[in-house]
Write a protein that binds this ligand. Sequence first.
Ligand SMILES: [Zn+2]
Length: 264
Amino acid sequence: MNNTKEEVDLNNQYIPESAMAIVAHPDDIEFSCAGTLARWASAGTRIYYILCTSGEVGIAESGMSKKKAAQIREEEQLEAAKVIGADEVVFLREPDGMLQPTMELRKKLVREIRRLRPEVVICGDPTIVWAGDSYINHPDHRAAATAAIDATFPAAGQPNLFEELEQEGFYAHKPRKVFVSGWSQTDHYINITDTIDKKIAALRAHKSQMKDWDPEPRIKEWAAERAKGKEMSFAEAFRVVTLVSDEDWGTTNGRVLGDSQLEE
Ligand SMILES: [Zn+2]
């Protein structure tokens, strides 16, 4: 290792080949990690969004049905993904407001991980309940984070778990790193100085959620706070877990049982 972890983090040299963000609702990616995804996308990273729900209970207006709201929010999410340069957006359409980290959801996520074979999985922190004195972390966020982590490790990389997915051509895959986005206990700061405007534009695509609220001042305030003391103006913060060493990733690329199972 030529660099200490700290130096690597602050230099932002790491650019994965592909990254998959797994979240509960439309707009969760934009609040948590869209600046990072935009940075990586512009460097050539393939970006995948997995939305567990379509946010259908998130529009409180008289006459608004869940069906209509889901349609609006999926369209907004697709628009936001376009701003960032995401390659694919998947809606799992689990029930908004009632998301549970079930075995069924774990399998759905394992299926997406084995199908798209991301180098990095980004998700939330399931341990966050209390967040300041004016917010309680949404139970769907905790459920999506739990399901994402449990699908990523060890499930996605275990050939004899959900082995029926092989019939669809989806084989065990072990992602290289997990980026857990969070507000505290973070050790990894991605410089989003060049992409914060895209993050804000992507947030603005969620018109049903932003309404008259201009996200720019708060987003810049939070991102500046995370960048404090580092050589960057704006940052997103993560805790990073490395599941596959750099040496091993070079030979496996996430494969668990060797090359024969995959036609590249
Ligand atoms: Zn949310």
